[in-house]
Design a protein around this ligand. Structure first.
Ligand SMILES: [Zn+2]
Ligand SMILES: [Zn+2]
Length: 133
């Protein structure tokens, strides 16, 4: 199993992680839409301990969204990098920052109830009105 590389737009933040996502999905919640500036955010969940920050750790800023979640971004270029699930010790890596293709692809949508009204959802994937919990 080869490792995946990831980086921000300006390249100062570089990560590496095993191709071992616990899940991969598309989040349509309004917070992910705002944070990423996209119609939805594709993320892959992985244990925080498996992600190695190779470069640019001091450039990463964390926006405290809630007690559970902080959102990581590059302070130079603004790229959203991952959400950190503080209590679970998980990173939800924004798949858009990957420089290497993972073996799998997102296979579900969450928070369809708050999807962008102009966006047509790919109906081939499972859909959840709200979160997975
Ligand atoms: Zn950057
Ligand atoms: Zn979301």
């Amino acid at each position: 199993m080869s490792d995946l590389n990831a980086s921000c737009l300006c390249g100062c933040v570089r990560l590496t992680l095993p191709d071992a996502f616990l899940y991969m999905g598309n989040c349509h919640c309004s917070e992910c839409r705002k944070f990423t500036g996209a119609d939805y955010s594709s993320v892959g969940g992985i244990e925080q301990s498996k992600v190695v920050i190779l470069a640019g750790e001091s450039e990463i800023r964390y926006y405290p969204k809630s007690d559970e979640t902080e959102l990581a971004f590059c302070s130079h270029c603004g790229s959203s990098l991952f959400s950190h699930k503080v209590k679970k010790g998980l990173f939800n890596i924004r798949l858009g920052i990957l420089d290497t293709a993972p073996r799998h692809a997102p296979d579900f949508h969450i928070h369809i109830a708050s999807k962008a009204p102009w966006h047509t959802v790919n109906e081939a994937l499972k859909q959840f009105e709200h979160g997975p919990d």
